[in-house]
Design a protein around this ligand. Structure first.
Ligand code: C2E
Ligand code: MG
Ligand code: MG
Ligand code: MG
Length: 291
């Protein structure tokens, strides 16, 4: 199987079930070592406030540069890593990298928060909040500068187990966001019971809102619903000026998407931020974005 995989693959080649299974098997057995070997890294995508367009935070998005399969998409390996019971190691890695960044920015006078995606399995680990506290202490980062993003379906899978852990994280002052909002159950009554601070409108609606009135209506109602519940509303998948302007007019609080920036490697993010930071003596540095 190995010899015909990866770069040698011909276009239009359709892998068999056995090959898909083999690849998945390789991914999960190699994952731990790949963390140590530096094949796994974290990219960061900036989020800007509307209408001020200040860089308010970044979302941490994991990447795997696999020696045989090339650049892997998290949609391919995160579910496999989750199913194999290895998500704890992945989350810990992403959390550490992110907090190290936030610490570095604080040392430079920048207040930028980092958002880490959680898996439902993280919320099944009763020790998870203690691990997070230890990491915050290690990097001396205030809990306010950490956001966790969770999908509704993730919380819905086992609310009895997930809720106490979410409450604990929330009480620590960590910001909690519901990711991909609008794609799952999206029960309003349910959202009200969750200890969350933010909703992130799923990118499918944001991408479609320019051409589809239905998508536009969904986006508008999530902004209204979110605000009426006292939540910050974030839009992901902002690719066009028009979408940004419409979101701004609706009162959406934060925008994230290719229009602002693609997810960037650590080095590229530093250069991106450098180019947008203004410093006035005696004041906190500000990152002001001119799009
Ligand atoms: P997500 O958390 O909803 O992240 C947003 C995804 O949308 C990212 O894909 C991002 O690159 C993409 N995106 C951002 N702006 C735009 C845009 O303007 N247009 C379009 N078309 N796409 C945009 P990515 O990096 O491939 O990640 C996919 C998913 O994998 C994430 O969705 C998240 O659910 C999961 N994931 C990524 N990193 C982690 C991680 O460290 N832990 C866990 N548990 N899941 C992760
Ligand atoms: Mg996310
Ligand atoms: Mg999303
Ligand atoms: Mg997603």
């Amino acid at each position: 199987v190995r010899a015909t995989r990866g770069g040698e693959e011909v276009r239009g080649y359709v892998p068999s079930m056995g090959q898909i299974f083999m690849r998945r098997f390789q991914l999960v057995t190699q994952f731990r070592q790949s963390l140590e070997d530096g094949q796994v890294s974290v990219h960061y995508q900036p989020k800007v406030s509307l209408p001020g367009r200040q860089v308010q935070g970044v979302e941490a998005l994991v990447r795997w540069q696999h020696p045989e399969f090339g650049k892997l998409d998290p949609d391919e390996f995160v579910p496999a890593v989750e199913a194999a019971g290895l998500i704890g190691a992945l989350t810990e890695f992403v959390l550490e990298q992110s907090l190290r960044r936030v610490r570095k920015w604080l040392d430079e006078g920048l207040r930028i928060s980092a958002a880490v995606n959680l898996s439902v399995r993280n919320l099944a680990d009763a020790d998870f909040p203690a691990k997070v506290v230890a990491a915050l202490n290690r990097f001396d980062v205030p809990a306010k500068l950490l956001t966790f993003e969770l999908t509704e379906s993730g919380v819905m899978a086992d609310p009895q187990r997930a809720l106490p852990i979410l409450r604990e994280l929330h009480e620590l002052g960590i910001v909690l966001a519901v990711d991909d909002f609008g794609t799952g159950y999206s029960s309003l009554a349910y959202l009200r019971q969750l200890p969350v601070d933010q909703v992130k409108i799923d990118k499918s609606f944001v991408l479609g809102m320019g051409t589809d009135l239905g998508d536009l209506a969904v986006v508008r109602s999530i902004v209204e619903l979110g605000h009426s519940l006292g939540l910050t509303v974030v839009a992901e998948g902002v690719e066009e000026d028009v979408a940004r302007d419409q979101l701004e007019a609706m009162g959406c609080d934060v925008a994230q998407g290719y229009l602002i920036s693609r997810p960037l490697s650590e080095e590229r993010l530093e250069a991106w931020l450098q180019a947008r930071t203004t410093r006035s003596p005696g004041r906190q540095a500000e990152t002001v974005l001119t799009l």
